[in-house]
Structures are given as C-alpha cells and as structure tokens.
Design a protein around this ligand. Sequence first.
Ligand code: NAD
Length: 498
Amino acid sequence: MAFSLLDRSDSPIGHAVRRFVTGNHQLFIGNEFVDAADGATLVTIDPATGGVLTTVASAGPVDVDRAVSAAHAALPGWSRTSPRIRFDLMVQLAELIDENAESFAQIDSLEVGKPIATVRFGDVPMASDTLRYYAGWASKIEGSTITPGLPGAQVSTRREPIGVVGAIIPWSFPLTGAIWKIAPALAAGCTVVLKPAEQSSLSALLLARLVQEAGIPAGVINVLSGLGEVAGVALVEHRRVAKISFTGSTAVGIDISRRAANTLKAVSLELGGKCPNIIFADADVQVAATVAASAIFLNAGQACSAGSRLMVERSAYEEVLAVVAAEADKLVMGPGLDESTTLGPLVSAAQRDRVNGYVDQALDQGVQAVRGGVMVESDGYFVAPTILTGAADQMPAVQEEIFGPVVTVQPFDSVDEVAARANDVAYGLAAGVWTSNLHTAQSMTQKLNVGTVWTNLYNYIDSSVPWGGVKASGHGREMGREGLEKFLQTKAVWTAID
Ligand code: NAD
C-alpha cells in the first residue's frame, strides 16, 4: 500500500494542516458544513507517492439544488449590500488568506504536487491580490444616462448582477482558480456555487472556513466538492444558475456549452492552450532560452499558458536548444513539499499516462528526445522534463495540449512563416515573442491569433489585465474590468420627463 507524504517521519507538514487534511471534509452550503445527502465521498491522492490523502464529500444533484437555493436566497441581500460592506468583506477574506498563506501553500502542494515555493510566492499572493483588486471594483459599477431619439423620455442604465454563478475549476491552480471566479462575482453582487476539481478540493474547503470567519453572509459563497459528471453537470443544468464560469479542458467546455444552452445560461470559458513561444535570433537569446525552459517546466507543464511549442529562428536554434537542455538538467524532481524540488509530479496516474502516451507516439513517429523520453520509476506520478526535436507541424505533439513537462523545439526562417505556423493549431490562448526589433514585435503581435502576447517576457499575469483565449481556448476574459463585466447585465430604465 502506498503512503502519502503525511505518513513520512520527516514530513514538512505542520500540525494544523495535518489536522485539516485528515479531518472530516463536508460540503459548504449556506455557511454550514454538511455531508452529501446520499453520504457519497471521493478519495484524494498524494501524487508524489500514489498514497491516499483523505476523503471529501462528493455532491450529488440534491446537494447542488440545496447550494443553488442557498445562493439564490442570498442574492437579493448580497446584491443590495452596500459596495463599502462588500469591499470590507472581500478585503477581510484576502487578509485571512494571507494569514493562512502557508497552510494554503502546503495544501495545494500536497494535493497537486506543485513545488511549494511556486505556491507560496505565486498562487497564494495572487489569490489575495485578486480579491483586493475586485473589492475596489464593487464601488465603481456605473450605468449611464441616455437621451433617446423618442421625445418625452429619458433613459438611465443600471448595471446589475447577472445572478447565481456556477464556478467550475480545474486542479492546476486550485486556490487561485477559485478566487479568479469568486472575486469578480462578489464585486458584481452575484452569489456563487463553486465546484473545485475532484483531484484538489482541499484549498476550496479551507477557503470555505475563512468565508465563515470573514462574516460573509450565508449562501453568498457555497463550495461543493464532487465529480464533474455528477455535481458539475447538475450545476450546469440547474435552471436557477444564471451563468457558468468554467476553466478546464476544451472537451468539457464544449459539453458545458451544449448543456447550458437548454436553459440559455451565460457561459464563459477559459480552456486549454498550445502556446507558441517564438524566439528570433536578434533577441537576447540566453535570456529568452532560459525563460523558455521555465515557461514549459513551471507546474510540470500543467498550465494552460505553458510554452509547449518553442519555435526558434534557425540561426539561433542550436544555442537555444543547448540552454533549454541545460535548464532541464538543473531541475530537481521530487515531492512538491520538498523545498529543493523544482519539478513536482503530475496530478494523477491518468495524467502521467496521457503525457507518456504523447511522448511515446512522437518517438514512434521519428521525433528525437534530446531530454526525457524514458519512464520515471516511481510510485508517484513523475514525468521527466522532455525536449522533443524533429517534430512535423501536423503531429499530435505539436498540435495538441499535452499538459505535462514536454516541449517541442522547431526551427523557422521568417516572420510570415512562423506566424502562420503558430496560428495553425486549434488553440489561441497566449504566445511569447522574443526580439529586439520593434517592427518584428509589432508585426507578430498583430498576426498572432491569441488572447495574450508576451513580448520579451513570459507568463506575466496580473489581476488588472484581461486573460483568456480565442478559438478552442475559449471565450470571455477573466481579470481586469472585462472580467467584472461578465458578471453584470444591463437594465434600461425609461422615465417620462414631460
Ligand atoms: P477538466 O475539463 O477535465 O475539468 C475541469 C473541471 O470541470 C473539474 O472541476 C471537473 O470536475 C469539471 N467537469 C468535468 N466534466 C464536467 C462536465 N461534463 N460538466 C461540468 N463540469 C465538469 O480539466 P482538468 O483536467 O481538471 O484541467 C486541465 C485543463 O484546464 C487543461 O485543458 C488546461 O489548459 C485548462 N486550464 C485552462 C486555464 C485557462 O485560464 N485558460 C487555466 C488552467 C487550466
């Protein structure tokens, strides 16, 4: 039987987190913790060892209905709560997240295998920053006044909350993913039913305790751990849910769109990516190549923004390849909770097998593995950093989202050629462009059909900057003003003036 990191004698997990992880994990509905109506639970696994961590309640349709009813009942009160009070409560929640930062870091690291430093210095501060950013928006929601063409009337518009929001998130960034949806929804005056991914429910359930502690009214935020095909589907199909805000795979995004159409819900989708990272020879090639390595190996490649398709101008190709390989050699593979780890496991056995399948297929097709390409012997779900060369554009390794530490490196010869090839994938989330030539940078920015272009940097994401994709990467934007707009609807108010 496999053990989890909790069982290790030198486990770095503190007592409070240990107590929390091994405790009883119920659903959070109307500010109360309750078991699933049918008593169902699901198991969460330590991806570094394959051992069982704990069990959590698994919501069914009855629980979804209860949570949506709680959110629906809370909606009139929350939407009319003064923006100042909404601001205070959101900031209070941000402060509680900061106070519990190390617990969140340990929990997300334990459940997902993320190197703890990346959660400590990335995910957790981003979560509280996003809450503070959107807390400020609560008092800045404004309508307009219109003098219509018809005489004798005046019109004002009111920006009103769209209603109960179903928020469904993946496991790649558990705490941040939850807050990216909760924060703009709360600022807009909406109430939320959050369904975390089945692999990573714990930080959402810890967040639920802080919601209680912050004094956020009952029903404003509800958390339902559970399975996508059960709790997720019931949430999407519930007639009282006005909007689904989804982050996850493209296949599930399509399924959600279809189901949501039956009740004409608003849907916003943050889906997969196959992000080209394009290095021109006139860039600072050493810097570009070093960042290119972190662009793919961060979070073991389990990021929608992963720079999984590295394209290098031919004259710089060998130099970039050598730097990326040297950076891969420096990575320390291990459990996320070990401070020295820079490459954690993948989240699950299924994900590891899927990634290894892509690599095997590429090798069968004649692609070379400059690094990786061999199985890692471990009970945990580790995949070695893998660098593939010689791949043709139409191969699955170049076209499909692998979601693991696997990068293809390909040469190119011109701006037009690389732009066309970069666009010739189903996805359109983000792209990196590295050049010292302003014209090349501007030209590439225009040509790339993506939601974000990073020029001479990569993976910069901020609460104030819209984030999202085009094509199979989804639609709608999170973050920034646009991220708030998606939780609001407009009411036109006509008034007779004569
Ligand atoms: P997934 O689509 O399998 O699951 C995501 C969530 O949807 C989970 O909570 C799951 O339980 C739920 N779900 C599954 N089936 C459902 C259904 N039929 N109806 C309703 N809900 C359902 O994705 P994953 O494997 O957890 O995460 C990886 C994917 O997420 C990748 O494709 C990645 O690119 C994407 N992602 C995108 C962004 C972004 O900002 N664009 C960010 C992070 C991850």
